[in-house]
Design a protein around this ligand. Structure first.
Ligand SMILES: [Zn+2]
Length: 227
């Protein structure tokens, strides 16, 4: 696998970036890791980095973005926080990753059996975690299909909330970052939501929150997000 440089990065479209991640996850779940010399990549990236994607995922030890998408050094910006939530500092990091460093795709990646989502489902309060979990609460309230056992003992409820949380955060990023919204509208970057099944390693991308303005999507509009 080639280490990215400025030329390769600029040739990658948002759609291609999505394909690269899908291919990488396919290698991961089939145990077909691409050949990489990481020490050589240390040398090849000594003067700069040109990552093609920015991935917002959970701190969960089973969900390392580089591992599950089979990527090497210098390939992806990895933003990790419990429950893959969005805050101002994370938006700033993503704006740097895309506008300054040339990344082409933002992925909001949730995962199954997420402890942070379970904590939000149980309305856990503890130290600074309380404020973090409050950012997942809107997804808990938005889940309307469960009437009984709305807590972490109900795995269907937990996974529904995790999915809503990912989709809400895709919208959050577009609504709260003018820089990124403009880049998405101009087709310079794309954004997508996805769910990582920690039992299989497989990542499923949500078509309904895939926003890529290119020839495959002639009626592209972010208008339906605005309210
Ligand atoms: Zn998690």
């Amino acid at each position: 696998m080639k280490t990215l440089n400025k030329e390769i990065q600029s040739s990658i479209t948002p759609r291609k970036a999505l394909e690269i991640l899908k291919e990488g996850n396919n290698r991961f779940i089939n145990n077909l890791k691409a050949h990489r010399n990481l020490l050589e990549q240390v040398n090849e990236t000594r003067d700069g980095q040109w990552p093609f994607a920015t991935i917002l995922s959970c701190i969960d030890s089973r969900t390392s973005a580089e591992l599950i998408f089979d990527q090497g050094l210098g390939d992806v910006f990895s933003v990790r926080i419990a429950g893959n939530i969005v805050n101002t500092d994370i938006l700033g990091s993503m704006e740097f990753a895309c506008k300054v460093a040339g990344s082409k795709l933002i992925v909001v990646l949730g995962h199954t059996k997420c402890g942070a989502v379970k904590g939000a489902c149980d309305h856990v309060e503890m130290g600074n975690l309380t404020e973090l979990l409050s950012k997942i609460q809107p997804a808990v309230y938005q889940e309307k299909s469960t009437s009984e056992n709305r807590n972490s003992s109900n795995s269907t409820f937990v996974e529904n909330v995790a999915e809503i949380n990912v989709k809400r955060n895709v919208k959050n990023i577009i609504e709260r970052s003018f820089v990124l919204e403009q880049m998405i509208e101009n087709g310079e970057i794309g954004i997508v939501g996805a769910m990582h099944n920690i039992e299989t390693g497989e990542v499923s991308f949500y078509d309904e929150v895939t926003f890529i303005n290119d020839e495959k999507n002639p009626n592209f509009s972010l208008n339906d997000l605005k309210y």
